[in-house]
Ligand binder design. Sequence first.
Ligand SMILES: [Zn+2]
Length: 711
Amino acid sequence: MIVRKSLLFLLSLALAPRLLAAQAAPQKVFGYSDFTKQARIEAKFLAVPEAKLAGEHLKTLTAEPHMASTPGDRRTAEYVARKFRSAGLETEIVPYRVLMNQPKVVRVEAYNDAGKLIMTGPTREHVDGDRYQDDPRVTMPFNGSSASGDVTGEVVYANYGRLEDFALLASRRIDLRGKIVLCRYGANFRGVKVYLAEQRGAAGVLLYSDPLDDGFAKGAAYPLGPWRPETAVQLGSVQYLFKYPGDPETPGVASTLDLPDSARVPNERSGNQPRIISIPISYHDAMPILKNLKGAVAPQDWQGGLDFRYHLGPAVKQTGVRVHLVSQQDYQRRIIWDVIGKIKGAEYPSEWVVAGNHRDAWIYGAVDPSSGTAAMLEAVHGVGALLKEGWRPKRTIVFCSWDAEEQGLIGSTEWVEEHGNAMEHAVAYFNVDVAVAGPDFSASAVPSLKQFVRELTRSVPSPLGGTAYQQWRVKSSGNSEHRSSNAPPAPGEEVQVGDLGSGSDFTPFLQHAGVPSTDIGSGGPYGVYHSVFDNFAWYRMNADPKFVYLEEMARVLGLETLRMADSEVLPYDYVTYAREVNAYLEEASRHAADAELGEIDFGQAQAAAARFASAAERVRRRQMAPTGDLGRLNETLREVESALLNPAGLPHRPWYRHTIFAPGEFTGYSAVVLPGVNEAIDAKDKIRARQQLTVLSQALERAAATLEAVR
Ligand SMILES: [Zn+2]
């Protein structure tokens, strides 16, 4: 860390005055026959976002806790609305009424085999010298969507709570019925851990942050460094968002204030809420439990960072640790506030370019999500400067500040559900969430926009010198974190753009409504995720002391929006899309062979993918030299993504309609590609696999036919 920081400091001294000169305007840009005019607009835009102002936004947004539906959250909505209005956006605060819990009582008591009390918690989050931790509005640790209850049971340690972890426990004949499952955070979405424990009859779940994953084993803990201190807890939602996200009572329907209660599905019957209790704790509180567990020694790769051997828990004729969990959750239909700011397009007003970031935080949320909001506000500042000079975009631009993302992507999901018809013409959704945790740029996107993101980062200066693209390439060639892509890189591809799974607000856009989407961020060592220590003091110390990465992210997000909104021909790269789909199909057929499911014919799907690929090649030439009715051409290009939706949705989860991408049922955050097919193979369900291959083939045929209609 120290090395990285001092290097960064020297570089920024050497290169700061040349920042804007570092990149020349590109000559040839996909989507434009002549880029000259747009290059001037972009240069004007790029000069506006300012690190200092972004830092001021961040300070204001993180001045108080602002969990969804609280007075602090309302004040941040008003701040964002004021900034949108002063930039010249047509702005409204859009309320929804949605079911959410807030904690009344959360208690954990642990007893050893002699019945002696060894822990009561949760311990209040505390380090020496942090001036944010003691605010009375800081919520007690809890899980969004946790059930209420009072249960006592024996503890079983289940590692990360992945499918394979539960399989190992089953192979050791460890019965989870009535037990309390202790899982460490990491590897999958926390809701998946609870889902799998619930399916196996557990009475409750304790989630804790092991120091091996984001604590002292990684480096110095806050306030000495960026990693998680002993008492820090990761709050978070355990909603079953892989079934559907958003308001639990209104899947597929917007929870507007006038939606009658009779149109809501009562909570007891709704499909995305756990029925068992879960409570998040720190390793300070998990330690006495782990230390007193009996039974078999945990496998080596289940061992965390604490300095004693971990055990699985129960043993023959021996009681390990019993815990008593109390969770009283106040479930209410609560009001949340999205802030929506529009700029009407001059040529194609019904084609929306949407950019968004959530605003609500579990507590202060300096990195998650306020860095995203600060960056978005400086992007809006830049776009506002263009508006004041009389510029108008060709397409409508919509900036969105989502509420209640943390509880389960609620604000974005309800808004997308409300605007279903408009979404059919929305040409892109650009998400940012954790905008800045450090200096390493990364992106995920639908395949048709991977090249778009790469190309535009060549126009944005990096605080490290050169362009954002150049720094991205340097980091990619090293060993730093990647976003995972399910297809191998194309020849000559220097930086990898990941695939979109879930865990942020692009999910309703891409996977429900079929809007081509991207997600960007700048990462670094970040151990205080979803704790009270993700605050302004931590941010200044560890992530971005001079707010220059906020400025960079403001420029990238703003440029995505401008370049898409003004493009002559929509810059969708269907050649890459087809290549990736083909790679996914090859992988799926290997997967089917490994699963020994017998004869499953991929021929029809492969033929459809080949047809899609050759149509894409032909249309690419047309996109490079556009003539004739561009409005019609663009509409057709946009329809391709919609053609990949299956209106019936995925088996068992109809809200998810995309045939190529969905969050994994057992991973949550990371994408499962060809979800219908691959999940049928996982389930060893041959009939369903065949049926889903047909669904996929039809979608690819529709996409190909759409492209073939381009004259
Ligand atoms: Zn977030």
